[in-house]
Ligand binder design. Sequence first.
Ligand code: 5GP
Ligand code: ZN
Length: 113
Amino acid sequence: MTDCVFCKIISKNIPAQILYDDENILAFKDLNPVSPVHFLVVPKIHIADTDEINDKNKHLIAEIFKTIPLICRNLRISNGYRVVNNCGEKAGQTVPHIHFHVLGGRNFKWPPG
Ligand code: 5GP
Ligand code: ZN
């Protein structure tokens, strides 16, 4: 998608602080972090949101969740981190390319606001 900010980061047309990069997925630091560690993990193909997960692309979501612990170990936040996905406007999704926030480096409240 040419007008998608995360597709532009994936194609390296917008710079980002990249933490993990392979054939299928990319992880990069969030521009406006809400915790000492805050990065986003995205599939390299444009999937709009969690509602768009299907049998053809579900392996990418599994790969994302397999990779998150590895990145967290590198960043030394394995003792506690939160993975967040906002699906849809009402949930606070602002970028319509599926992404998983990974937050760490502080304590978190439950339930979230
Ligand atoms: P959402 O609100 O859609 O769940 O999360 C979108 C996230 O993307 C926000 O936390 C926002 O700070 C981040 N973001 C938006 N634009 C950019 C950008 O150009 N670069 C980076 N690194 N993060 C971005
Ligand atoms: Zn996209």
